[in-house]
Ligand binder design. Sequence first.
Ligand code: GDP
Length: 328
Amino acid sequence: NRRKQPSVDELVTGILNHDKVALSRAITLVESKSVTHLAKATEIIEKCLPHANTSIRIGITGVPGVGKSTFIEAFGKHLTGLGKKVAVLAVDPSSSISSGSILGDKTRMEDLVKDENAFIRPSASGDSLGGVARKTRETIILCEACGFDTIVIETVGVGQSETAVHSMVDFFLLLKLAGAGDELQGIKRGIIEMADAIVINKADGDNIKRAQIARTEFKRALHLYPQKASEWLPKVVTASALKYEGIDDVWQLISEFCETTKANHYFENHRKQQNRFWLLQTIEERLKHNFYNNEHVKSVLDEYLNATENSTISPFHAAQQLLDLLKF
Ligand code: GDP
C-alpha cells in the first residue's frame, strides 16, 4: 500500500467521527513493532482518551468448542438490534505461535462482521501475554472514542489470559457446557472466582435437562465463595447461542450489574484501580525487559548463576551486583 499514511490528526478526527477505517488504521499502529508507529499510536491514544471510558467492557472466556464465537455473534446481533455499537476484540497470546488465531476469527462471526454497528478485530500477535494485553487495552480506548458502547473481549480458557482479560473489563462472563455430573471438577477455581456470570451454553435439544442440572450445581458452588467487592452476586443462566435463546437474559443481568455497581461506585473505582494496576504492571515489565536485555547483564548473568549455584557468592549479593550494572 503506497498511499500516503494519514497523519495523527487525520486518524483522530476519523475515529471521533466514528469512521471504522480510521479506527482499523490506528489499531494497526498500536500493534506495530516500529518505534515511529508506536509514537504515533501513543499520540492518538492520548487524544482519544478524553472521549473513551464510556462503554461497558465485557470479558468472555471458555474452553475451545464451548461456543464463544457463536455466542458472541448472537449476543452482538442482539445488542446492535437494541441500537448499541459493539466492538469485539480478542486476547490470544497463542496466535503468534500457532500463526493462526483461534479467536476473533471473522469467518466464525459471519453475520456480525457484516453489521454496520459492529467491529471485529482478531487478537494482536505478540510474543508475550503482556504485550498482547497492552495492545488490547489501548485498542479498547480507540474503540470507545470511535463510538462503540459495548466492548466484548474474548479469550480462550488457557493459561493466564483470563486473568489479563479480567483486569481490563467491568464484567466477566464464563461460558460452560453441561457435563455428566462432573461440572465442578477440573475447573480452575480462580476462573470461577472471577466470573460475574456463568452461562451454561448449548442448552438445547437433548441437552436442556443436563444444562439445568449444571445450572443448579454451579449456583450451589458459587454460594461457597466469599462475597465480591462489587457486592454483586454472580448469576448462573442457561442459553443456546445456536438458537438465540437466553441471550436477552445475559444482557439483562449485565445491565443489572451496571446499575448495582454504578450505584455503589464500584464500577468507577474498579476502573481507576485497573488503570493504576496497568501503570505499575507496565513499569515492571519494562524494567524486567530492560534488565534482561542489557548487553552487560547478558554477558555475565550465567557466570553469576553458576557462582550462586556453587555457593561462591550469595544469591542476594549476586543480585545486588547485577542490578548495580544498571544503576537501579
Ligand atoms: P468456540 O471455540 O468457543 O468459539 O466455539 P464455537 O462458537 O466455534 O462453537 C463450537 C461448536 O459448537 C460449533 O459447531 C457450534 O455450531 C456449536 N455450538 C455453539 N453454540 C451452540 C449451542 O448453543 N447449541 C448447540 N447445539 N451447538 C452450539
